[in-house]
Design a protein around this ligand. Structure first.
Ligand SMILES: Cc1ncc(COP(=O)(O)O)c(C=O)c1O
Length: 454
């Protein structure tokens, strides 16, 4: 076995280093040299070529690597897409599905399509999504609205279902929409928000929830994976604590659905919402999903009483009677076109298996932590999220005062993470579309840019 070729500079972050990490795909993996049995120590990761060789080894060993070819390739500038946790990449199958929908379904079937599956699509697609990604038995998941609107509907219904209880527990690091919507619900219902202030480098713990939950708590609203730090909350333990006090729990699953296995039924969760345009690759503005445990459905009355949630929408009668099961959580016409793309990603997740997706996700986040150590800490970058695998979601937050001005320049170089104030660069790793080489090339560019500032 030979060691990978080295370049003249030994500092891979040296801006004068002759190898441009974005110039090529790096050394192509030779299966004879880079197979799973090759010990890691043999790769010299103190050089750019060594780092890219190690990334190529990891790609060669990745059982899901071939599935990257199912995605529509990036543009000519593409180096690395590290924002699949914000908007997933389109699948080739989706390109075809969208065209086929126009030619084979919409154009020929026209309004008859409503009786041929569109009307039931919020619940049929919801069941598939629930089965593949949420651990939810059929009849508890619906696809509709935006996450913001679904969150409002389910949280408002939950607070109304706990009359006499005056408190809603939420955390100050939760996504803005969650905080704002719950502020509105508190004002509307005369309840009070009880704020948990989690460690911003981590997230809400079971102990913190236990400390503020009691007989006055109507609802606890938390994110399963924190949108900034990437902290994975202990959903089963927190749910159990809330239930001990008779409160309901609503989990925001935007950053977990499709990347972290979730077991809503087994964890006895009451309510959940989430986005489908992130790890479920539903495309820009694709509708949200909402989950309501079977045992609560008839008890809950959601506030946006539209005709589509009526027991008999087409009688068009004078008053509102909620429909059965999850249909009562629908308000208006199903966003049929917006539900197309996520079907392809759900199929791919089924093919890969969500546990395998999680295994790769953990390997990718571990690799970011490794490269942060090798390349970035010397430039003052900090990891501002959990390091333990059991507390890591699908993204890693890195912090540096220069990231605000650096991220737009990274985009110009074809490296696409996102910026989150005050100084965070969020490295999102959608396991089915992201390679280790992409991650290495991206962080080499970050290191090069930080080095050039000095
Ligand atoms: C954690 C979390 N919750 C809620 C939302 C809001 O979703 P929407 O804009 O689709 O209503 C987002 C959007 O990114 C999110 O990340």
């Amino acid at each position: 076995m030979t060691t990978p070729p080295t370049t003249t500079s030994t500092d891979p972050t040296d801006p004068a280093h002759p190898t441009d990490p974005t110039a090529s795909a790096g050394p192509s993996p030779d299966p004879g040299r880079t197979g799973a049995t090759r010990p890691r120590e043999e790769t010299d990761t103190s050089t750019i070529d060594g780092i890219l060789a190690r990334a190529a080894e990891l790609d060669a060993r990745d059982p899901l690597a071939a599935l990257r070819d199912r995605f529509v390739p990036g543009d000519a500038e593409f180096v690395a897409y590290l924002d699949g946790n914000s908007l997933g990449r389109p699948l080739l199958a989706t390109r075809e599905r969208l065209a086929r929908f126009v030619d084979d379904v919409w154009a020929p079937r026209l309004i008859r399509g409503w009786d041929e599956g569109w009307m039931d699509s919020p619940t049929t697609l919801g069941d598939t999504l629930g089965r593949l990604t949420l651990g939810a038995a059929p009849g508890q998941t619906v696809v509709a609205d935006s996450t913001t609107v679904m969150l409002y509907k389910l949280a408002r219904a939950a607070v109304t279902a706990r009359p006499g209880r005056t408190e809603i527990v939420i955390d100050s690091e939760n996504f803005p929409t969650d905080r704002y919507v719950l502020e509105g619900i508190a004002a509307e219902t005369g309840t009070r928000l009880v704020w948990i202030d989690p460690d911003p480098l981590a997230g809400v713990t079971a102990e913190q929830v236990a400390a503020v939950t009691g007989p006055d708590t109507a609802l606890v609203v938390l994110s399963h994976v924190a949108f900034k730090s990437g902290y994975l909350a202990d959903a089963p333990a927190i749910t159990a604590i809330a239930h001990r006090h008779g409160a309901l729990v609503l989990w925001d699953l935007c950053h977990s659905a499709g990347v972290v296995p979730v077991e809503l039924d087994a964890w006895d969760v009451d309510l959940a919402v989430g986005c489908t345009y992130k790890y479920l690759n539903g495309g820009p503005g694709s509708p949200a999903f909402g989950y309501v445990a079977q045992r609560l459905q008839s008890e809950l009355r959601q506030p946006i009483q539209g005709w589509m949630g009526h027991a008999e929408p087409f009688t068009m009668g004078p008053g509102y009677t909620p429909g059965e099961g999850m249909r009562r959580f629908i308000s208006g016409t199903p966003p049929v076109v917006g539900m197309l793309a996520m079907r392809d990603m759900l199929e791919l997740i089924e093919e890969a298996g969500l546990d395998a997706v999680r295994t790769k996700s953990l390997a990718l986040t571990a690799y970011v932590l490794e490269l942060a150590e090798t390349l970035l800490t010397r430039h003052g970058v900090e990891v501002t999220g959990p390091r333990e695998p059991e507390r890591r979601g699908g993204h890693v937050m890195l912090s540096h005062p220069a990231f605000r001005e650096l991220v737009p320049r990274l985009w110009e170089r074809g490296v696409i993470p996102d910026f989150r104030p005050p100084q965070g660069m969020r490295v999102g790793l959608s396991p089915l579309s992201t390679s280790f080489t992409e991650v290495a090339r991206a962080l080499l560019v970050v290191a090069e840019m930080l080095g050039a500032r000095r």
